[in-house]
Design a protein around this ligand. Structure first.
Ligand code: IMP
Ligand code: MG
Length: 179
């Protein structure tokens, strides 16, 4: 598995340190609010787990699953809801937890979908941001790290459902997906 990685971008130590910083900021910003952390499956699970461990105020946890990629490395532009929220979010302060924002197509669609539910507020926290590829005008409130345009895997992020269990984040060797 590790031999397929071209370059390690963020070690586990660097990730946990940065996620703690994000959690501290979120805990402060959401003091007195009705925070619901919404993890987007499956890519955000490791990030969401580390984040909520470090959030020091009350919060609910919910999950959604959407599909946009299939097994390809390019976004299809078609977003399907595979799993919806379990609980009503009316009047609550929603923090959507995403692994990586690339074109922004997925989250733009998802936000529109959630906005119809009358939450008090909806913000996004993304572990990684690939700004170079953005096509939509998306406001990402909290970003862990900026990343270059390459295919990223690890720490929950996959290529064809693999590499999610790597404890670090790295760039996948192009020969792995250009086969
Ligand atoms: P977007 O709609 O183009 O912003 O794509 C968002 C989703 O595509 C993310 O939630 C990821 O699941 C996936 N994605 C985007 N870039 C990468 C990458 O470099 N590696 C793995 N998955 C990615
Ligand atoms: Mg995703």
């Amino acid at each position: 598995m590790k031999q397929d990685i071209q370059e390690i971008l963020f070690s586990e130590e660097v990730l946990t340190k940065r996620i703690k910083e994000l959690a501290d900021k979120i805990s402060n910003d959401y003091k007195g609010k009705d925070l619901v952390v919404v993890g987007i499956l499956k890519g955000s699970v490791l990030f969401a787990a580390e984040l909520i461990k470090n959030i020091s105020i009350h919060c609910e946890i919910d999950f959604m699953a959407v599909s946009s990629y299939g097994n390809s490395t390019e976004t299809s532009g078609v977003v399907r809801i595979l799993k919806d929220l379990d609980n009503n979010i009316e009047g609550k302060d929603i923090l959507v937890v995403e692994d990586i924002v690339d074109t922004g197509v997925t989250l733009t669609y998802l936000l529109k979908y959630l906005e119809a539910r009358k939450a008090n507020s909806i913000e996004i926290v993304a572990l990684l941001n690939k700004q170079a590829r953005r096509v939509s005008n998306l406001d990402v409130r909290y970003v862990g790290f900026e990343v270059p345009d390459g295919f990223i895997v690890g720490y929950g992020i996959d290529y064809a459902e693999k590499y999610r269990n790597l404890p670090f984040i790295g760039i996948l060797k192009p020969e792995v997906y250009e086969k």
